[in-house]
Write a protein that binds this ligand. Structure first.
Ligand code: KG4
Ligand code: ZN
Length: 352
């Protein structure tokens, strides 16, 4: 088959993204324009400001993605955009831009499912991609779910969150502990903060014993149910922070206890899903923003090695929101001729 080139746009949350990816798995450009600083002061993504940020950044993202790719616009085979799920006003910006590009160029338009793209990222990035069927654990600000990926399009959700996502729980915890975001994702800031004093012997034992005490107050939900729940952890953690002093050692121990409880739930539910699997999948692919967490990687690697499975973590830069994954998912659709009609394609804020 001829080598094809897709320009994809993504603006479902707070990053404005554009990328050019070839059908031969080459990421020719991958532009991500962040606006974390704007949202730091609100302790979360503010939909109106996020939309304005996309409005400001979208044309720069597109021109940079084209320029860095070294590809001329005329060489492109299709334009892709995230169709959903995500914040409607945010989704609209990339989608309208994609429709404008399609309108002027006559190129085909492709709408992509954001979470499916996260789940398929490893097929773009891994030298030896996992074989279907595999399980994917998507853990981001929007989602916490285990998906059984039978093939590229047949994906079944085995577990999802009953309330809050793990990413939001991390963000909330980082805010409660007054950890500065410093340009990082709040979850990443919490992870870095939790590592403080790791190599300082005089505090090590003290912190460890506090972590144990706090951890016991952060119970993991009922082990028999195949679903996630983070609102219980969120409120228990809020109480715990209120009850304790705001000293540095305390906050570090609290951060570690939180991280341990949040990740223990992932490990428990993966174990449960595997115990119920009629045919054991060969691999577990962990993606989404929270998958860049080093502690999570260690903990989940132990689970998969206990089950004799492989584990994959797409590179951190591709675990968080990006348009390269949207372009890659769009390649499967282009190959099958699954094109969108620019007149009817609309953002789908909720999409199962
Ligand atoms: O996939 P993503 O970039 O966007 C969504 O689609 O939601 O995920 C963002 C989430 C945020 O909650 C962020 O705080 C969290 O991923 N995150 C982390 C880490 N890096 C990003 N959480 C824990 N540890 C990290 N190292
Ligand atoms: Zn995402």
């Amino acid at each position: 088959a001829r080598r094809r080139l897709i320009l994809a746009l993504e603006s479902s949350a707070d990053d404005t993204c554009a990328a050019v990816v070839s059908s031969e798995r080459e990421i020719l450009s991958n532009v991500v324009l962040k606006q974390d600083q704007i949202h730091e002061q609100y302790g979360g993504i503010h939909p109106l400001y996020a939309t304005q940020g996309h409005m400001r950044n979208i044309s720069t993202a597109i021109s940079e993605a084209i320029r860095r790719s070294g590809v001329a616009f005329g060489e492109l085979d299709a334009i892709a955009t995230t169709e959903g799920p995500g914040m409607k006003g945010c989704l609209q910006i990339a989608m309208v831009a994609a429709k404008a590009l399609v309108g002027t160029s006559g190129l085909p338009l492709i709408g992509v499912h954001h979470m499916q793209a996260h789940a398929l990222t490893c097929c773009l990035t891994e030298q030896h991609p996992p074989l279907f069927p595999f399980y994917t654990l998507l853990c981001s600000g929007g989602h916490t779910m285990i998906v059984d990926a039978q093939d590229v399009t047949r994906m079944r959700v085995l577990a999802t969150t009953n309330d809050d996502s793990i990413g939001n729980a991390f963000d909330h915890a980082a805010k409660l502990l007054n950890i500065p975001w410093a340009g990082k994702a709040p979850g990443a800031a919490l992870e870095g903060f939790a590592r403080a004093y790791e190599h300082r012997d005089e505090h090590k034992v003290d912190i460890e014993s506090r972590v144990q005490t706090y951890r016991q107050k952060l119970r993991v939900p009922a082990p028999s149910q195949l679903m996630f729940s983070y609102s219980g952890l969120r409120s228990a953690f809020t109480r715990l922070v209120d009850e304790n002093d705001a000293g540095e050692l305390t906050r570090v121990a609290l951060a570690r206890a939180f991280q341990s409880a949040a990740v223990a739930q992932l490990a428990d539910k993966i174990t449960l899903a595997l115990s119920r699997a009629p045919v054991k999948p060969s691999s577990l692919v962990v993606s989404g923003g929270v998958a860049s967490n080093g502690y999570l990687r260690e903990r989940l690697s132990r689970v998969t090695s206990d089950h004799g499975m492989n584990i994959y973590f797409p590179a951190p830069a591709l675990c968080t929101d990006n348009a390269a994954m949207i372009a890659w998912a769009a390649h499967y659709k282009l190959a099958k001729g699954e094109l969108a009609d620019p007149a009817t394609l609309m953002p789908r804020s909720k999409w199962s």
